[in-house]
Write a protein that binds this ligand. Sequence first.
Ligand code: FE2
Length: 446
Amino acid sequence: MQMQDLLLRNVALPDGRAGVDVLVREGRIAAVGPALPAPQGIPALDGGGWLLSPPFVDAHFHMDSTLSHGQPRVNESGTLLEGISLWGELKPLLTQEALVERALRYCDWAVARGLLAIRSHVDVCDPRLLAVEALLHVKRQVAPYLDLQLVAFPQDGVLRCPGALENLKRALDLGVDVVGGIPHFERTMADGAESVRLLCELAAERGLRVDMHCDESDDPLSRHVETLAQQTHRLGLHGRVTGSHLTSMHSMDNYYVSKLLPLMAEAQLHAVANPLINIMLQGRHDTYPKRRGMTRVPELLAAGVNVGFGHDCVMDPWYPLGSADMLEVAAMGLHVAQLGSVAGQRACFDAVTVNNARVLGLEGYGLEPGCRGDFVLLQARSPQEAIRLRAPRLLVVRGGRVLARAPVQAVALELPGRPARVDFTLAPPARDEPGVAPPGGPEAGP
Ligand code: FE2
């Protein structure tokens, strides 16, 4: 895609600055500041004072199964294990054309939502590598407008599933970016630990990153993340390894966690929680009280671990809902982790933007001069308001080129006994906002 020039006038930034212009030259941000001079011949757009954010990033997704809900049947129990067996029923029926079509459709949804980078796991247990080839095709096709990073994911266990290790290596040879794993699904804890060792060694040999589904259970003794941290440390993979899900940490003994958190921080492990899916799937063996089953997000953040949030699934054997909206993911993460403070809400916004960009190792991510000219204009005034309102995406830009735009959403209210008005944002009343009475003013009353 040709890199372009663009001047975006009058936006707010996540750091609180308002009335800022952003200039993009040849696809990169050239300047950020108030009232920038307009170079000749560069198209200018009015940002209307709305919030400009770097694009949303999804650090954990399954694009090979997305939009397959109901094929060949729905998940009646709603559990992780029925989802895995349902996916096993669907695999022999998959065609490359259907995989590509569903993935491309999801990427369209993503762009419309300002989501321009996705790390997707792709199942490598099918010896045909049908999904791998389909998603590599999709990766090339969407590259001009979306970064699709692929993880070689042995869904049925790299040791448990015959041929899975060879298939995984073939997937890497074909161009899959990251080494995946699922130690808690191996036959024994010992096999799980062995899978972590051999997969981390494979990644070290090939100079690749690692992202493992790790301890996605309610078992307080599922402790593969400890092994993952240890192997990361031993092999010098610091900052290149991600533990995804980590739901068993929810149920672990507090004393053990007090030792585990510093080990994870020491290894510079990234942690990715998937709040929508894990609030749906975990705690299924409980009666009441039912565990929430999301990993310990506030404690990980406090320990200095980079924590991202993933969408994980959209309309597939594990989850019947979703629409590529990372603000919905942030909102669920915020609630489950009880991160309602101003700083906590901001951490949840970071978890679907800058923190996920760190997980993927994205180059040139951000809104500073020199970064890629990629951003999304949100109909909100702050990151907190963006989450609260699941803010509409007004403008999605990649390399200075507009990929998607939508009009400002407004509702005309015509209420009996109240002045007619247009409500743009469901924002709280402000004294200087026309048409809104100050609290206690003439419009106040029962
Ligand atoms: Fe997953």
